[in-house]
Design a protein around this ligand. Structure first.
Ligand code: GCU
Length: 615
């Protein structure tokens, strides 16, 4: 590992990391002393005011800046102050508080040090079945999370493998407590993913949530866990999902399962985060009635109002699984009497493995246009962090962590302003170059989308690892992930006449999606099955649009490389970004040629512009 750990948007703070601070307030004082000295700025006074909680108030008193806030609020205020000055702006004034009280990052780190869907190296805190970490890097991580405004970190994978079960057993609690101590000064509380069937490890023959022995085991376990880590935020559970155990085994509902655990953690002020990622992962592809995107709504909407007050149902942004383009999940719009968390994925599982450039704030902004921010009470994001020197693999993928924090603080934040702020703090490029970088980031999702899956179709990715094209890779699988591309038509009819998925939406959205004429182009094949000669709004045929997008996407990737070459980025970021861009160009061409060839072969329709499509 290099001595200088560079990746943060607060570069003037890079050499030193706060050590020896016990509370966010102490960290705030440390950061301000260091940062203001580097910036030649006055050091604000700090005034602890518990009533402000995580919020802060910045004002001037007798000519001197003052930051008031609860302990965490002081830290957020300190970072806001430093950020503004580092970005060349005036110090902010006024009161700010986070929109969401719980701003989680879910780390899919396994105790053996691997990370499920991790693209930035191994785990920063696990190795060999236990906690093992470099304190300096964890403080740097704490600064990244704290300065972005993230306040909870789930330490282990939602798929809880046997070794990770030890985390909440007596043998694991000392280490868990030490790790909690390391992140507490940054306002970050820990969470732990738990296995619903863990009592069975202890001679209890069942995990039935209505069984008294099971209830008692969890209650005692929660007592022990919170004795070790009194401010643990809660437990996170993936149940009855992709072969994980859960209440369905015992004929119990997910409300019964979640409430049982919620009652164990409630006396300690903990929350029980229950994931809504439940679907039939053993589907027969011949079965056209079962439609995977409908599963979460079918399971959870009838349970609205039945969950305890400290249960948070965590719902993925779209109804499938973090595809490049999905409509917002209807489950999020169907449960007004349930605490909901919205789950994003920073790890670029289906979005380019942190090789391809993909800035996410524009997507979050767009996907939640129809979701009033108060519909959910918390947000979560699957982490993109790992042990790579720069923490995020692609140096620009740090923008997604930073951007997530800004989004979680204010879900209506302008995506372009976020990306500009990140770019300015991180690279301080000359104006025109900054504009070019921001434009490239803003456009990056659209480019990726064009050369990968067309028009909301999803699942044309290689099932092995989820990178690269494989248009029929998922077509005959058990996962409920089909595009049903045929000789004359492609897509799935999810209207009332088809699977009926569209009926899960409230009226206005239903109307928008139920006819191809009203449906936005980019979701056309998500909702409709259309012939290749279907005329799009702009007069092109569907098949021509598919070809055009794939050519354009690959070309735009080459244009991005030229932009990147012209940027005076520091090393090693420039070299790293260019190396990844070379791979992206190669892979975009592969996507273009495979997808276009696939549709050309099926349809027999030539490209009107007679570009090269293989046959
Ligand atoms: C996807 C992903 C898995 C993950 C799952 C989840 O299916 O490929 O690795 O476990 O989502 O969110 O639980």
């Amino acid at each position: 590992m290099s001595e200088a750990i560079r990746r943060t948007w607060l570069p003037y703070l890079n050499d030193d990391v706060p050590a020896g601070c016990a509370t966010p307030a102490e960290t705030a004082a440390f950061e301000l002393a260091l940062g203001c000295q580097r910036l030649g700025a006055p050091v604000p006074g700090l005034r602890e005011d518990a009533a402000l909680g995580e919020g802060y108030h910045i004002y001037t008193e007798s000519g001197r800046p003052v930051i008031a806030g609860g302990s965490a609020g002081l830290l957020y205020g300190a970072y806001a102050y430093l950020e503004a000055l580092a970005a060349g702006e005036d110090a902010p004034e006024g009161v700010q508080k986070p929109f969401y009280g719980l701003r989680m990052i879910d780390c899919w780190d396994n105790a053996d040090g691997s990370i499920e869907r991790g693209y930035s190296g191994r785990s920063l805190w696990f190795e060999g079945g236990r906690f093992q970490w470099d304190p300096r890097r964890i403080r740097q991580l704490g600064r990244m999370l704290g300065s972005a405004g993230v306040n909870a970190l789930c330490v282990n994978n939602v798929n809880v493998h046997a070794e990770a079960e030890d985390l909440i057993e007596d043998a694991g609690l000392t280490e868990l407590a030490r790790f909690a101590d390391a992140l507490r000064p940054f306002g970050v509380k820990l969470m732990v993913s738990v296995n619903f069937a863990q009592p069975m490890r202890h001679g209890i023959p069942t995990a039935d949530p209505l069984d008294e022995a099971v209830q008692q085991w969890w209650a005692e376990r929660a007592d022990a866990v919170w004795r070790a880590v009194p401010d643990l935020a809660g437990f996170l559970v993936k149940a009855d999902s992709e072969h994980r155990p859960g209440p369905f085994t015992y004929g119990r509902s997910h409300a019964e399962g979640a409430n049982m655990l919620a009652r164990a953690v409630a006396p300690h002020g903990g929350v029980l985060v229950w994931r809504a990622f439940v679907y039939n992962c053993m589907q027969d592809w011949r079965d056209k009635k079962t439609d995977r995107p409908m599963a979460a709504y079918e399971t959870y909407a009838p349970l609205d109002g039945q969950f305890d007050g400290n249960v948070i149902l965590q719902v993925k942004n779209g109804p499938y699984d973090f595809q490049v383009r999905e409509p917002v999940s209807p489950t999020l719009l169907a449960m007004p009497n349930t605490n909901l968390a919205l789950e994003w994925q920073l790890a670029q599982e289906y979005t380019g493995h942190q090789i391809d450039l993909y800035a996410m704030n524009p997507m979050w902004h767009e996907m939640t246009a129809d979701l009033p921010p108060e519909t959910v009470m918390a947000v979560a994001a699957v982490s993109n962090l790992g042990r790579d020197d720069n923490f995020t693999g692609h140096p620009f993928a740090a923008a997604n962590l930073y951007g997530y924090g800004r989004y979680a603080w204010n879900p209506r934040v302008d995506p372009e302003a976020v990306l500009r702020r990140w770019a300015r703090l991180t690279y301080a490029l000359p104006g025109a170059q900054e504009d070019a970088l921001v434009a490239m980031l803003m456009n990056s999702r659209s480019v990726y989308e064009k050369y990968t899956a067309p028009l909301g179709l999803c699942w044309m990715v290689n099932p092995e690892g989820h990178y690269g094209p494989s248009p029929y890779g998922y077509e005959f699988s058990l996962w409920g992930t089909y595009n049903r591309a045929g000789r004359d038509a492609v897509g799935i009819d999810r209207t009332a006449a088809g699977t009926g998925y569209v009926l899960q939406y409230p009226e206005a959205l239903r109307r928008r999606y139920e006819t191809p004429e009203a449906c936005p182009d980019d979701l056309l094949l998500f909702f409709h099955r259309l012939r290749y000669d279907y005329r799009m709004r702009d007069g092109r045929t569907l098949i021509q649009r598919i070809y055009d997008d794939h050519f354009e996407g690959a070309e735009q990737t080459e244009a991005m490389a030229r932009t990147l070459e012209g940027l005076s980025l520091p090393e090693p970021d420039k070299t790293e970004a260019l190396e990844r861009m070379r791979l992206q160009i190669r892979d975009a061409r592969e996507w273009r040629d495979v997808i276009n060839t696939f549709f050309r072969r099926l349809s027999g329709v030539d490209d009107e512009k007679t570009r090269t499509i293989y046959d």
